[in-house]
Design a protein around this ligand. Sequence first.
Ligand code: BGC
Length: 328
Amino acid sequence: MKKVLAVLLSVLLAFSFAGCQSKPKTKEVKIGVAMYQFNDNFMTLYRQDIQKYFDELNAKDSSVHYTVEIVDGANDVNTQTEQVRTFISKGVDALIVNLVQTTSDALAKEIVNSGIPCVFINREIADFAYGDKTCYVGADARDSGTYQGQLIYNVPNHGDINGDGKVSYIMIMGDPENTDAQYRTEFSVKYLTDNGVTVEELFKQTGNWDQAQGQELVANALGSFGNQIEVVFCNNDGMALGAYEAIKAAGRTVGKDIYLVGVDALPEVCQMVKEGTITGTVLNDDVGQANTCCDTVLGLLAGKAPEKKVNYVPYVMITPENVDQYLK
Ligand code: BGC
């Protein structure tokens, strides 16, 4: 009987040991993601891309589990500051931060001083002193503006539909505090003037990256300037979608009596490029940026200093000729 018990016990021990070996303990990693606001077409895609990146890692490798908490800053500095402070006091392992405000570096400094690895995304603070554990991933907005100018330069008569010797345009801007809005506004027109095109600005207002505001502004501009408007520049596709509705409601036809360009290459806008209902857009590579950001987070978590303090993912000009490659 004693012998039987001893054998049973050793079998049990062997099993439990094997059990321990086959199931190593999972390492928990917490990542806090602070978005400037959820109500934004482009940043919604970006946020989903970040989530997908870590979901896929979790599915592939059970030794580490990433818990990703994504919060909505509701475009409010105080809300975002509280959210980031909560992440810091909870002791998250890493942060991804899409700042509400880039005209002040107060919150960014607080993050650097916390010592928590952080990748800032999408909204760049000019000349910020990133420590060893923080960096920025985005895109060089000058290029997106240049591509918008090029899209217009490439249409018949460079966009001078009525042949009066000048291209009369309206500019619908994103949040004027963002470098993306400033550079796109400047470089789109600069491409035309650098290439000898005479331009006339009829209207320039901010639609804060928002579709409904874009629609309202373009409706107002069309009401005031009517057929004088030959080109509508929108700093992003969200506002271009709104602009398109206003253009349609005014009985105008893109590609025939008016031109319209955006930036982002949202899936629905790529479809419009294919159909010819928008002149063109510029790919703001949300997947490329999200992957670069998350790869960088993993590097920081492994103790590696970021290779680049400011890492730009390239933009791509989207035309009817190449849009098929970018239709999702
Ligand atoms: C995008 C916009 C977005 C903004 C938010 C820009 O890079 O083109 O669509 O609203 O970022 O900061």
